[in-house]
Design a binder for this molecule. Structure first.
Ligand SMILES: Nc1ncnc2c1ncn2[C@@H]1O[C@H](COP(=O)(O)OP(=O)(O)OP(=O)(O)O)[C@@H](O)[C@H]1O
Length: 252
């Protein structure tokens, strides 16, 4: 059986009267891509926020390789090996591409480590490798704000790579990418899978989901309605009706 990298159970979070996440249970496996699929407002990004400590859960549990993480701060979760990307990318727009990637390497620089030249060189080496893997080496000295859209998406991925995390939570990383860029993106994921990274992908484009994911967790109204292999989930007419906004109860 494949190793479980992250497991959460019964996660819940309300915003006032709105139950955004209503008892989500989910496992992410080493070397596998799990796609979180569901209509707008289903609770996908909020689930990420609960896992990463960006939001506090009202209830539920989560653990990384068996270590409980509920209540930890985002930086503490990051140090347990979770890297996360955002829909709005959250780059340091006025820093250079290289500086953006170097900043992401600091997550694994433990505060008691002697800094020293060697540690610095190791971080620089990781940053250069991430730039190379994402095709950004020639743009390393450009400011993030001056990059084209697809290049910004790849910069966000370079930051993930440089963090050397074993769990990646990616919020719509392929949205707006053309086919060639999507293929490049797909090969980054494949390479990470071979290294045992557990990847969770929020994705609206079902072609991308089929291309890249091993499993789907289908969310609706804060709940996982179904989980399984992409073929089975995407062929389910009831889920398709929900996904495309055609619920039977809304038809009247
Ligand atoms: N900080 C917040 N305060 C109030 N309501 C929120 C907050 N964050 C999310 N919500 C609401 O919670 C629900 C779930 O939002 P969430 O962003 O998790 O959905 P999603 O599945 O990621 O949607 P999308 O696919 O559109 O990004 C939505 O109704 C959203 O408006």
């Amino acid at each position: 059986m494949t190793e479980v990298s992250l497991r959460c159970a019964d996660l819940a979070r309300a915003f006032g009267g709105l139950q955004a996440v209503a008892g989500v249970s989910l496992a992410l496996y080493a070397g596998q891509v799990t796609a979180l699929v569901g209509p707008n407002g289903a609770g996908k990004t909020t689930t990420f926020n609960l896992i990463t400590g960006n939001l506090r859960a009202d209830s539920g549990t989560a653990e990384i390789r068996g270590k409980p993480i509920m209540g930890l701060k985002p930086w503490q979760v990051a140090r347990l090996g979770v890297a996360r990307s955002y829909q709005d990318l959250r780059l340091f727009t006025h820093m250079t591409v290289r500086e953006n990637v170097l900043a992401a390497t600091e997550v694994s620089a433990w505060f008691w480590q002697p800094g020293g030249r060697r540690a610095q060189q190791e971080r620089e080496h990781r940053a250069e490798a991430a730039l190379d893997a994402t095709g950004l080496t020639s743009l390393a000295d450009a400011r993030a704000v001056d990059l084209a859209y697809a290049e910004r998406k790849f910069l966000s991925m370079a930051r993930i790579l440089a963090a050397e995390a074993h769990i990646w939570l990616l919020d719509e990383p392929a949205s707006g990418l053309d086919l060639a860029s999507r293929i490049r993106f797909g090969s980054l994921l494949k390479e990470a899978q071979t290294r045992g990274v557990a990847i969770c992908l929020i994705e609206h484009n079902l072609d991308v989901v089929v291309e890249l994911s091993n499993r789907i967790a289908f969310l609706d109204q804060g709940r996982v309605l179904a989980e399984g292999d992409p073929d089975t989930i995407l062929k389910d007419p009831a889920l398709a009706a929900i996904y495309f906004g055609d619920r039977p109860q809304e038809a009247a």
